[in-house]
Design a protein around this ligand. Structure first.
Ligand code: 1VU
Length: 300
């Protein structure tokens, strides 16, 4: 069991697949629960028209009560403008909620202010302060340069994401081109998360056509290679593709176990490097292998 957690910087949970569900579309709930997603994101933002925001907030607590007995994490995405966000937080800070996803985050100060509101609501509602996590979504060039500070702004932060569509619009680049302008920004996001000890969720590019699962597979595999550990999606058919792409393959697991056993045997004989299949196995390779083993345990 120790091997499962050792190399994840003390964190015991990361998410491979998170499925968006517009709060008012009740018929999606059963499907979402059975989709294989590790988390449901109950959306109060873009998928809810302005005129229906109050209705969605009123519905949230019933929905969370219905879902919280299941083995699935519950996230709520709130709106960015303060007047909407405060009302969203009033509705969303409830027992059973894993984290609040906050779009259009600008700075570390912005995160702190939101975290303070969550803290007050937790205290008033008998939830241990600090229980509910926060996902920060950065969506414009100015905030992008605050990524590192945002990632360490508050212990609630689970990870920081880039809002692909909005950022691409600001830059005037194609969000679905994984080799285009966003690639560097995506990798910087991985680095900022890793520096803060966080496990980044995201895709290297946006999925223009959610029915194109072949393309999703390629994008998700590329994202894993870049260091992302999971992705959000909007349709249940995307979930198995994402789960598979972000899980260690059988080949990776076998390789990792061989490396671990061989290296530990070599260490016991007093050497910190050994050869396997013509390649040198040393401490960084061992560390990478232990990471794969950790992911295999968590994702079984
Ligand atoms: O077979 P059934 O009739 O029982 O079920 C349908 C459908 O109801 C269900 N389904 C879902 N279930 C759970 N969660 C979902 N998100 C979801 N979407 C669909 O699956 C069965 C097949 O559905 P379908 O292929 O007929 O698809 P529809 O035409 O019904 O729906 C397509 C859209 C795109 C409208 C739907 O998937 C959706 O509303 N997705 C979520 C949209 C959303 O949350 N957007 C905001 C976040 S994305 C963002 O902001 C960009 C980052």
């Amino acid at each position: 069991v120790n091997d499962c957690y050792d190399s994840l910087a003390g964190r015991s949970k990361s998410w491979k697949s998170l499925l968006y569900v517009p709060v008012l579309v009740e018929k999606y709930l059963d499907k979402a629960l059975n989709s294989g997603a590790e988390a449901i994101i109950l959306d109060l933002e873009d998928s809810v028209p302005l005129a229906n925001k109050d209705k969605a907030r009123e519905k949230l607590s019933d929905t969370i009560n219905k879902l919280k007995g299941y083995d699935i994490s519950l996230f709520v995405r709130v709106n960015a403008p303060w007047r909407l966000m405060i009302r969203d937080l009033e509705a969303a800070v409830l027992s059973g909620v894993t984290a609040i996803m906050c779009p259009k985050i600008k700075s570390a100060w912005h995160v702190k202010e939101i975290s303070n509101v969550i803290h007050q609501l937790e205290s008033e509602r008998g939830i241990t302060p600090g229980t509910i996590g926060l996902v920060a979504i950065v969506e414009d060039p100015e905030s992008y340069f605050n990524l590192e500070q945002i990632a360490v702004a508050d212990p609630r932060i689970l990870w920081v994401s880039l809002g692909t569509e909005d950022l691409a619009a600001e830059l005037g680049v194609d969000p679905s081109d994984e080799k285009g302008g966003l690639k560097y920004a995506k990798f910087q996001t991985v680095m900022a998360n890793k520096k803060a000890g966080l496990e980044p969720v995201g895709l290297v590019s946006s999925m223009a056509n959610f029915r194109d699962l072949e393309r999703l597979k390629i994008i998700a595999e590329d994202s894993k290679k870049m260091g992302f550990v999971g992705a959000t999606c909007i349709h249940p058919s995307q979930v198995p593709v994402i789960n598979k792409a972000f899980s260690p393959s059988e080949e990776e697991r076998k390789w990792a176990l061989r490396v671990k056993n061989l290296f530990e045997e070599s260490l016991s004989k007093g050497s910190a490097s050994v050869s396997m299949d013509g390649s040198m196995i040393d401490t960084p390779v061992y560390k990478r292998a232990k990471n794969i083993i950790a992911r295999s345990c968590i994702h079984q």
